[in-house]
Design a protein around this ligand. Sequence first.
Ligand SMILES: Nc1nc2c(ncn2[C@@H]2O[C@H](COP(=O)(O)OP(=O)(O)OP(=O)(O)O)[C@@H](O)[C@H]2O)c(=O)[nH]1
Ligand SMILES: [Mg+2]
Length: 331
Amino acid sequence: MAGEMEHRETQEWIRRIRSGDRRALARAITWIENGDPRAPEVLRGLHPWTGRAHLIGLTGPPGVGKSSLTDRLIALLRRQGLTVGVVAVDPTSPFTGGALLGDRVRMVDHALDPGVFIRSMGTRGQLGGLARSTKDVMKVLDAAGFDVVLAETVGVGQSELDVIHAVDTVVVVFSPAGGDHIQMLKAGIMEIADIFVVNKADLPGAEQTVRQIRRMLELAHPEGWWPPVLSAVASGGQGVEDLWSEVRRHRAYLAESGEGRRRRLRRQEDAVLEWVWARMRERVRGWIAEQKDWERVLDEVERGERDPYEVAENILLALGLSVGKAGDRMV
Ligand SMILES: Nc1nc2c(ncn2[C@@H]2O[C@H](COP(=O)(O)OP(=O)(O)OP(=O)(O)O)[C@@H](O)[C@H]2O)c(=O)[nH]1
Ligand SMILES: [Mg+2]
């Protein structure tokens, strides 16, 4: 009975989200952020309606103008009659506070436009990781019917790269200041970027930065899609139309080359595997919690009497996940 009622409730949330009910949308996103058990239910129910939006990731070092660009892009898309969902991963932490990023742009101008939905995700209190939550929020926005879904992340770590793998078009934004772009290009950004934007082109060094990126591209010699290197002044609105036309050209490339399909299948594989790992972790943790002499086993590993691989193999065997031969002792 309870199950039936929950099912009907879930169906009702799904209906509301798909009909563009912003409160339902906001609620579902909060469930995702808090790791609420209703989140996976709703996500499962929404899955058949995903895959229609063009998913765009904007990433780059802090303060280069990602939000300013996003803001301008939203305005441009709205003029074209397209609806936009945005998830901005907010890098504000208790450590950096507001000092470093004091003048960051927040996309508040569009708050009253029903064709725009913007949500910031804090980096604290994320069950299952921020990358996981961000990807799930993009799925919800996609299913809710937004034509374009933008994710803004600060490109520094693995979790940002995870988010980037979940989009159709990756826009990497740099500014002329510092040598951030050199570091990031060396750290693998080159391989994932579909479009480069050198923002703050009103500041000195912009042309040189564009040239440096182009030179590194020539050395890397990408096959298939050759990422364009654009310049922009987001604060003044310059370069945003170029950016959008390159995004559209990339979208056409994805469709014609089959690369879009490859990306989407890989994304589905990621989603399947992430769920498998999460469930396996739960099972293994649960099994360990039931072992009365677990500490003794760890002690034996610590003393070198047995090795971690043997213990691991025994756990997999006990859970029916390995057909290998068990050691002479079960854990
Ligand atoms: N001179 C100049 N300043 C800009 C330009 N674009 C943005 N800014 C300014 O740069 C600062 C940071 O802009 P944001 O759009 O918040 O940058 P961001 O990359 O989203 O920053 P985080 O999200 O904090 O990493 C703001 O003060 C903007 O007004 C530009 O083209 N030229
Ligand atoms: Mg920002």
